[in-house]
Design a protein around this ligand. Structure first.
Ligand code: ATP
Ligand code: MG
Ligand code: FE
Length: 339
């Protein structure tokens, strides 16, 4: 069966076609980053309007790339939540309208389930159960994943998400919006050890995180320094060293506590090269396997939604065209067969 996936939860319009036997056939993405940059953050109303403009052209483009037509589509998956209500409504209503017109079922997908399952699109996917480090722009959590929809939260951030910490720190260092990738590029040119920043909650004994204090520590440090290019690089390096160390230590602790030896890294911060290199080096030494999505599927995309939709439809065939959006939605509340 061919599943059309539509992602519109925030500032990326993603569309993809995943075939349950043939795998991912095509995908396309439009990022609204340039449009929101002058405001320094996502403007919800502008995001919704742009999704309206993009979804159908991207769908046509994706069908063409895959060599398929609308009539080949057997089901439609869209992001039901969490995210911006208006942006979600665009994807939901277009999915419902297309589903009604094509007489195919429509299924709402949890955006974080999409992120979490994205590594399963790779050639050697991890088997269940595994531990997932889900580090995105709005979330940072460690989950025990026993199967599709069987998600248990082991720990989570008490304040900022890891991606949010990257973005806010980049902003205060004058690296623009959204600054995560820019900050990590500067960190790669930084001298390790010139500055030392705290590792928040590293010894807390649980699997929770806290990143807002780290951002404040960067602010204090930046005020004490003359911010020449090399100093910015060195502060970026100190920040990245701190965040990567906390994420790796807690991931290892989660593997230890759950007795599992497979770690999946998902979400936008999973694109961070230093994090990937550190986890890969540790996995060889400590005898666990680590799995990542390919870089373009770490951040938001339609492929992860089409894939999650295909997995869900295998469990419980979707029916009908009624649609819903859930701007706030806890991943651990998902049920394995709830559609
Ligand atoms: P959520 O999925 O929680 O709703 P989101 O969809 O905005 O949030 P993602 O698209 O998964 O988040 O990821 C975007 C985040 O990833 C941004 O905060 C961005 O700065 C961060 N990010 C992307 N690339 C990198 C990188 N190389 N290093 C660090 N952070 C990065
Ligand atoms: Mg985004
Ligand atoms: Fe996301």
């Amino acid at each position: 069966m061919l599943v059309l996936g539509i992602e519109t939860s925030c500032d990326e319009t993603g569309v993809a076609l995943y075939h349950t036997e043939r795998g991912l056939l095509a995908h396309a993405l439009h990022s609204q980053v340039a449009m929101h940059a002058e405001y320094g953050g996502v403007v919800p109303e502008l995001a919704s309007r742009d999704h309206i403009r993009r979804v159908l052209p991207l769908t046509r483009q994706t069908l063409q790339q895959a060599g398929c037509t609308l009539d080949d589509i057997g089901a439609i998956a869209y992001t039901e939540g969490p995210g911006l209500a208006g942006a979600l409504l665009v994807g939901a209503s277009i999915a419902a309208a297309l589903g009604f017109a094509l007489k195919v079922p429509v299924i709402g997908i949890h955006h974080l389930e999409g992120h979490l399952l994205a590594p399963l699109l790779e050639p050697n996917p991890p088997a269940f159960p595994f531990v997932a480090l889900l580090v995105s722009g709005g979330h940072s959590q460690l989950m025990k994943v026993s199967g599709i929809g069987a998600y248990e939260t082991l720990g989570e951030t008490l304040d900022d998400a890891a991606g949010e910490a990257f973005d806010k720190t980049a902003k205060l260092l004058g690296l623009g919006y959204p600054g995560g990738p820019a900050l990590s590029m500067r960190a790669e040119q930084g001298v390790p050890g010139r500055f030392k920043l705290p590792r928040p909650m590293i010894n807390s004994g649980d699997l929770n995180f806290s990143f807002s204090g780290l951002k404040t520590a960067v602010l204090t440090l930046a005020r004490q320094q003359t911010l020449d290019d090399q100093t910015v690089n060195d502060i970026a390096r100190a920040f990245q060293d701190a965040i990567v160390e906390v994420l790796t230590v807690k991931s290892l602790a989660a593997l230890g506590q759950s007795g599992l030896d497979r770690l999946v890294v998902a979400g936008g911060v999973g694109a961070n090269r230093q994090l990937r290199e550190k986890l890969s080096a540790l996995s060889a030494r400590r005898g666990f396997e680590v799995y990542y999505p390919k870089l373009e599927f770490c951040t938001d995309n339609g492929a992860m939604i089409a894939f999650a939709g295909a997995m869900r439809i295998k469990l419980t065939p979707a029916k009908g065209w009624k649609f819903n959006v859930r701007p706030r939605w806890d991943l651990a509340q998902l049920e394995s067969t709830a559609i």
